[in-house]
Design a protein around this ligand. Structure first.
Ligand code: THU
Length: 154
């Protein structure tokens, strides 16, 4: 799988990536998810080294809610418009569970990540856990969203 790296255990990730995952885990604490009881956390590392967080925010009008990744990325784009996003880690756990469940970013979040990657002209790495519990990094978003729809299609 060109463009992807597989790490059978958490401890095989680089220290920087481990730090990002731990931050994403921390972000789940601020998830507002009374409807799904599924707490998602995202942690984003900027090229400056700064780490920013997001968590899923739900609403009684279900489609009004937003995924953790987009909460983080839209916050960054609106607050630090010149920031370069280097990596993003996503984790999730069910309310009441102690153990995190493997999760990969949803299609809409990949779409948003791709447009940011194109805008900033620099790859965004994604750090996630596949269903077999191995850790996966994708070197960029384009690999995660093949045959994508984008600005040039308009
Ligand atoms: N969710 C995320 O925050 N990120 C994803 O990539 C997948 C789904 C959230 C949306 C909703 O609040 C809950 O998980 C259940 O779908």
């Amino acid at each position: 799988m060109d463009g992807f790296h597989i790490f059978p255990t958490f401890s095989e990730l680089s220290k920087q990536d481990q730090e990002l995952v731990v931050n994403a885990q921390k972000a789940t604490e601020n998830s507002y998810s009374p409807y799904s009881n599924y707490r998602v956390g995202a942690a984003v590392r900027l090229a400056s080294g700064q780490i920013l967080l997001g968590s899923n925010q739900e609403n009684a009008s279900y489609p009004a809610g937003l995924c953790a990744e987009r909460v983080a990325l839209f916050h960054i784009s609106s607050t630090y418009p010149d920031a370069i996003v280097e990596s993003i880690a996503t984790v999730a756990k069910r309310k009441g569970d102690t153990k995190f469940k493997p999760v990969t970013p949803c299609g809409i979040c990949r779409q948003v990540m791709l447009e940011l990657e194109i805008r900033q002209k620099s790859n965004i790495r994604v750090l996630m856990q596949s269903s077999d519990e191995r850790w996966i990094t994708s070197e960029n978003i384009r690999k995660l969203l093949p045959f994508s729809f984008e600005q040039d299609n308009l």
